[in-house]
Design a protein around this ligand. Sequence first.
Ligand SMILES: [Zn+2]
Length: 237
Amino acid sequence: MWRSLSRFLFQQPCPCCGRLSSQVLCQGCQQRLRAWEVRQRQRYWRGSLPLFPWGYYQQDLKRAIATMKYNNQPELGDFFGQWLALSWFEAKVAEHLPLQIVPIPLHRDKLKSRGFNQAALIAKGFCRTLELPLAAAGLIRQRPTEALFQLSLKERQANLANAFCLGHGLERQRWLLLCDDIYTTGTTARSAATVLRNAGYKVLGIITVAVALPDQLADPTVKATSSKASVHSTTAP
Ligand SMILES: [Zn+2]
């Protein structure tokens, strides 16, 4: 709260580049991030668990998400939530359905060490912007997933099978929309959706700040924008 107020009153260093700015992110960084915005979201909004990503998990956006999570910049979560909300609003996805947003939870150990759940902050910014109800504790992560990176896809799925359980505050009459920072294999999202669906809830899909999929480099819009942003390194940090 104090951070937002002080940023409003005084300029503060941009968390991504350090330049003084009255906004959470300076104009230059906002412009750089927009180069990674997904232009053809309909290609992801399909299947049993449709995905609505804001951008591609590449370069500036990848660094900004890392800054938020590992450099203790929770304000970026709310900021990304607002961007996601504006894109959702413009795309007119499911505009007539009653929605409730459910962030993918962190295990309590991770929450304790990081101090915040980025997915919850993104969901909060999204809900505030669109005046939608948030089920901040709709899901609970009952198992830590720290070691998942070293596992094969099959092991990962088995490990995640019981990772989540129902929390509270979910509304049966609404369509639940999951929210996370990054969508990679979709294993986490599917596991969360399964828990909700098995309990009789309707799950519409998942919104994320970024999508990291193997086919993203084949997307012509990415090639077009990355050539414009040629001042940046083409390899991920
Ligand atoms: Zn900046």
